[in-house]
Design a protein around this ligand. Structure first.
Ligand SMILES: Cc1ncc(COP(=O)(O)O)c(C=O)c1O
Length: 497
């Protein structure tokens, strides 16, 4: 046997391939010979950089272009994304993001330095102004800020705006925010971070807001009720007009969590239902990819009474619009009682460009079609799967129960069947919840494929489920440990060996 270390390496890699067909070594492991880029890189022998910032050599693996191309292609194939297949992650609206929005964001003119003057960035300001307007009209809100960078950030801003409004009206004693127990965790967190006591509201037997419990929870201390509609079970809160009246009667505000807006687009508006403040999850509803927690955007819309408290600056049409061309001009302004700035400049600009492009391309009709198809797809899929679906009828998503199976095992096993699993174990009112949102972008054939994956897993035994996933790049990981103590460097892995 040769004692060349490269032979050992090759045998090791081969063994890992056999053990797990998706194994891919690091570039530094792939080739043990090194190209040395030596010297200090300066003809005079000295580097312009201080000594502590320079090194004598940089060792790089000697790999060819095809080896590099294959390495990155293999890595890209080890991940599952919306461009690889259906992604029915309930409440997340993981819809395909049309590539034309990326093209628009990549236009050279989109790369504007945010410190340029208002006069030289009229196009940018116009886009922001028109997006404020689009979102306002879609939500039935009078004024919009584009600054918050995520849904949760939008919630926090909305709660701070509500607090500033109450304070301004001499109602600073209001110290409670009511949140239904089926709500997303960020609702509780935003209310608590905003300085409020959180009052949790039980659901009724049909999975909707329990009106008697709401009556009991409301008081002169209520600052707001936060509601998702359709709620996290995909059910429309049909008593919404009565709920709005009850909250307003005690002087509280009604907050709309816009994460589920994809169910209503172009058909119903939170503002018309009586909501006073809402956030939009641009990265769910308006075609921006979710990715590793960001970047996203969570604009906040409010009714007129709350507009003076929105973050600064916002964009408006200037009074001195160009008198020669008759074209409007745009300017930044600080709302009168603003809560201040919550993000650099106008927020995540390129995310906003994509949202603008998407809304402009779809138009009113396209948006209404999207929500109708999202609802149709969810109901079709719900009718095809063999797991029990305890509540209904649904809007854009449904929650099935894995019954005697563990929902987390079901999720892992679905990966082996080649599709992304639904959200699991939430909301808790459905035991072993499988919260499923196929979105409007999937065809009937894909929905049938998804249903087949659900039904295949439903018929499998515990041993198979507990051993899943078998066919993915990484097998079952300790999710808690991965989230709490992630090891993000290959050196850490090497230390383990
Ligand atoms: C119902 C609901 N509200 C709020 C959020 C928070 O949004 P973000 O992830 O953008 O912070 C989510 C996210 O999944 C959600 O599903």
């Amino acid at each position: 046997m040769s004692d060349d270390p490269r032979d050992d390496r090759a045998r090791y890699d081969q063994a890992r391939y056999v053990e797990n067909g998706q194994y891919e070594p690091l570039l530094s492991e792939k080739d043990l010979t090194r190209v040395e880029i030596g010297g200090d890189g300066d003809e005079d022998g000295g580097s312009p950089l201080p000594d502590e910032l320079t090194r004598d050599s940089l060792e790089l693996p000697a790999l060819s272009e095809p080896e590099l191309a294959r390495h990155y292609t293999r890595l890209s194939q080890m991940i599952y994304g919306i461009d690889s297949g259906p992604y029915p992650l309930g409440s997340c609206t993981m819809k395909y993001n049309p590539k034309f929005t990326e093209d628009v964001a990549a236009l050279p003119k989109a790369a504007v330095h945010p410190d340029r003057s208002e006069r030289s960035t009229q196009g940018t300001l116009e886009l922001l102004y028109r997006l404020q307007d689009y979102l306002g009209r879609i939500g039935g809100m009078d004024a919009v800020t584009l600054q918050p960078p995520a849904g949760a950030a939008g919630e926090f801003v909305g709660i701070r705006v509500a607090a500033a409004y109450h304070e301004h009206n001499g109602e600073g004693h209001r110290d409670e925010v009511i949140v239904p127990e089926s709500a997303h965790g960020t609702n509780f967190a935003s209310a608590a971070l905003g300085g409020y006591d959180v009052v949790s509201l039980p659901s009724d037997d049909e999975g909707r807001v329990d009106l008697e419990a709401l009556e009991a929870a409301l008081s002169e201390n209520t600052a707001a009720l936060m509601l998702t509609n359709p709620n996290t079970l995909g059910l429309f809160e049909r008593d919404i007009a009565e709920i709005a009246e009850m909250v307003h009667d005690v002087g509280g505000l009604l907050y709309y969590d816009g994460a589920n807006l994809n169910a209503l687009l172009g058909r119903a508006r939170p503002g018309d239902m009586g909501f006073d403040v809402m956030h939009y999850n641009v990265h769910k509803t308006f075609a921006t990819p979710h990715g590793g927690g960001g970047p996203g955007a969570g604009p906040v819309g409010v009714v007129d009474e709350l507009a003076p408290f929105l973050p600064a600056p916002r964009v408006r049409e200037a009074d001195d619009s160009d008198s020669r061309s008759g074209e409007p001009t745009y300017e930044l302004f600080d709302p009168e009682h603003t809560i201040g700035k919550v993000h650099g400049y106008q927020g995540n600009w390129l995310v906003l460009v994509k949202a603008f492009a998407y809304i402009a391309r779809l138009g009113d009709e396209g948006l209404a079609d999207a929500s109708a198809t999202a609802v149709l797809n969810a109901n079709y899929l719900a009718s095809r799967i063999e797991y029990e679906v305890p509540y209904g009828p649904f809007h854009h998503e449904f929650v099935a129960s894995a019954g005697d199976q563990d929902a987390a095992d079901v999720a892992k096993r679905m990966l082996d069947h080649g599709v992304h699993p639904p959200t699991t174990k939430w909301p808790e009112i459905v035991p072993e919840a499988l919260m499923t949102e196929p979105t409007e972008v999937e065809s009937k054939a894909t929905l049938d494929r998804l249903a087949a994956a659900f039904n295949a897993v439903a018929a499998e035994d515990d041993e198979t489920l507990e051993g899943a996933p078998q066919r993915t790049a990484a097998r079952r990981i300790d999710q808690t440990d991965a989230a709490r103590s992630p090891r993000l460097s290959w050196q850490a892995l090497e230390d383990d060996d």
